[in-house]
Design a protein around this ligand. Sequence first.
Ligand code: 0GY
Length: 295
Amino acid sequence: MSEEQKMDAGWLVFDPDPKTPDFKLPEGAVDAHCHVFGPAPEFPFAPERKYTPCNAGKDQLFALRDHLGFARNVIVQATCHGKDNRAMIDACRAAGERARGIASVGAEITEDDLHEMHAAGVRGVRFNFVKRLVDATPKQVFLDIADKIKPLGWHIVVYFEAADLEELEPFLRQLPTTIVVDHMGRPDVTKGVDHPDFQRFLRLMEENDSIWSKVTCPERLSVEGPPYADVIPYCAEIVSRFPDRVLWGTDWPHPNMKSHMPDDGALVDFIPKIAPNPEHQRKLLVDNPMRLYWA
Ligand code: 0GY
């Protein structure tokens, strides 16, 4: 790794030896939220990045996929690579039909670029509103990108924090495609599911069939830490109310985790706690991601 791409001090590296999950994933399960970082010598991190992670390349991701029992991955462009989607696209190509991708693009993206990405397996773009991760982008830029990707049948992944939803809601209602919200819109789990911020998110899903949620990242949202019991009610509420519009993923290699690094096998064991019903498990892990990414 070159000198300027050394990982940040205090950065935790992903667990190299996760447990074999006790929960047996259904046949064809999809890890619908994970990333690749570099490796930096081949795929350098973006100059505008807000953090420098460890290297976590496609071979390590595919080994984790097989170890946990997943059939497929959805690889989401991480902010440390900015709008340079080469590492994600390289991983999608290497996985063949076993991976799909979500890209980050700018206003300059052309139809040809989008078609090339589609051929590699990309099926959506990510709009990020988390202030510690990205500089702000004018909403009109995102709306223009949305118009460009819509004809390909792609969707939009959005990442924001609960307190920002009120301001974002009119914008989200304007987007012309399916919208997938990362990590349930990051509820503050000390506040309870009845808190107005989480209720606002549930109402948005209730009123808009086009809005999906990833019921992901207990390790990121939890205040208590493993086994993340404080996050269960939030995920369980969304899964039981919107079983046809939920996705699950590991979030490997877990960017920006400073308190602890989760065991990815233990994260898989979290699934039956938030989706106890086997039919809901099948929708969450197989039917929903297949419909959105592989149809
Ligand atoms: C996640 C969460 C985070 C980071 C990113 O693209 C990213 O850098 O998504 C975070 O720091 O909360 O989904 O991986």
